[in-house]
Design a protein. Structure first.
Length: 418
């Protein structure tokens, strides 16, 4: 699992401005590198390329890249607004982290900066004839890069902001989180079956901030526990809303609380939930997409049915942790962590869809079939799926205005779960 520093660096690498800044710095360095290497160009070659040719190309790049960047930003903002209004604001974060969009904007901004620096340097005369040759060759390479980026960007714009494309992004993010939690069911710590198993003489640690837990630095917690010869019991997993009166963990260390801030600092709290360590958040966002599609203003049950299929794929990847946990490596044996229960995943995903699609027979039939598909995995899945199907059936039967719809849904349930 990532440390707090590693996680912050990962979040920083996904920021749009970071990649753009990196490309801009590279552009400045590329434009100035011709000054350092101009001595390697023979004078006989330098006469083949005039300064006017380089000036013209750089001027065209400077004017065109500014317009392309402005257009691309407006398209990105429009796509994000459409996603927030028609799907869910929680999905726009994945659009901001889209590598294709970031690379395109970074390339356009970097090319604009490169052309400006090149024009300024040319006007000072520091390049000389040999430097102009290098600058011209690099400029040609930049033009090729821009053309390739524009072609990829045009192809990407055809899908940017579409419902299916955003739903696919959410599914991938949720699937990655589920896979990570399946490989590390207790975040590389020891298994904590119940909060009641925490020794009564342990001391509670409270956070300083109010918000959602985004990341837990297991390495820092274990290192502290090893130094103090203590044990740590985590009570709140990533995605949990906490406040200064809500304990986030307990420790068996009995000394004074002067180092409580050290323990609390290992838990990152933010204003919003994060996909990385929180598998439930991805399922919740998927359910929000379906709920928005089922709203009267949009009235798109087909999208809700598509989301149900994606949800089945996601939940079916969930691994039920066995009673025998010897197969799991425990790098941090002094830290005890609770697990995510299967019924929590079902509640996060199916309950909103069952509520908002209660009056639509086509949605309810697909919901029952989706639950039946999960019930066929094993006995644990069957128990939770059947319970969820019964609740959804009762909710739908109370919402139907047409009696045959209620009878049809009852027949579907009896056939699937009898």
């Amino acid at each position: 699992m990532l440390t707090k520093l590693g996680w912050k660096l990962l979040m920083l690498s996904r920021a749009l401005w970071m990649r753009t800044l990196a490309f801009a710095i590279l552009a400045v360095a590329t434009a100035l590198i011709a000054i350092a290497f101009k001595g390697f160009i023979p004078e006989s070659v330098s006469g083949l390329i005039g300064s006017e040719a380089v000036d013209k190309v750089l001027s065209i790049l400077a004017s065109s890249m500014l317009a392309v960047t402005t257009f691309s930003l407006s398209v990105m903002v429009s796509a994000h607004s459409a996603a927030a209004n028609n799907l869910t604001p929680r999905a726009t974060r994945l659009l901001l982290e889209d590598s294709t969009t970031q690379n395109a904007l970074a390339t356009f901004v970097g090319s604009f900066v490169y052309s400006l620096v090149g024009i300024i340097a040319l006007s000072t005369g520091i390049y000389g004839d040999q430097g102009r040759v290098i600058l011209f060759v690099v400029t040609i390479a930049v033009v090729v890069l821009i053309v390739g980026t524009i072609l990829l960007w045009i192809n990407h714009l055809a899908r940017l902001g579409r419902v299916s494309e955003i739903a696919e992004r959410v599914e991938k993010a949720a699937g990655a989180a589920i896979a990570r939690r399946g490989d590390h069911p207790w975040l590389d710590g020891k298994r904590l079956d119940s909060l009641e198993d925490i020794p009564s003489d342990c001391r509670a640690i409270y956070p300083d901030d109010t918000g959602y837990i985004q990341h837990i630095d297991m390495q820092a917690l274990h290192q502290w526990a090893t130094e103090k010869d203590a044990e740590i019991y985590i009570t709140s997993l990533p995605g949990k809303f906490v406040h200064p009166n809500h304990p986030v963990l307990y420790t068996s260390h009995k000394n004074d609380n002067t180092e409580d801030n050290t323990l609390a600092a290992a838990i990152t709290i933010g204003d919003t939930r994060s996909f990385d360590q929180d598998p439930r958040f991805g399922l919740l966002v998927m359910a929000e997409i379906a709920s928005r599609a089922l709203s009267p203003g949009i009235n798109d049950p087909g999208t809700a049915i598509e989301v149900l299929g994606r949800g089945v794929r996601l939940i079916s990847q969930w691994r039920i942790t066995p009673d025998d946990v010897s197969e799991f490596e425990v790098p941090y044996p002094r830290v005890f962590v609770p697990r995510i229960e299967l019924d929590e995943l079902f509640i996060d995903f199916f309950s909103p869809i069952a509520r908002d699609g209660a009056g639509l027979i086509e949605v309810q039939i697909r919901l029952q079939k989706s639950l039946a598909a999960l019930a066929a995995i094993d006995a644990d899945f069957y128990k939770v799926a059947e319970h969820t199907a019964k609740k959804s059936l009762l909710r739908a039967q109370q919402s139907f205005n047409f009696a045959p719809d209620a009878e049809t849904l009852q027949e579907v349930f009896d056939r699937l779960f009898s």
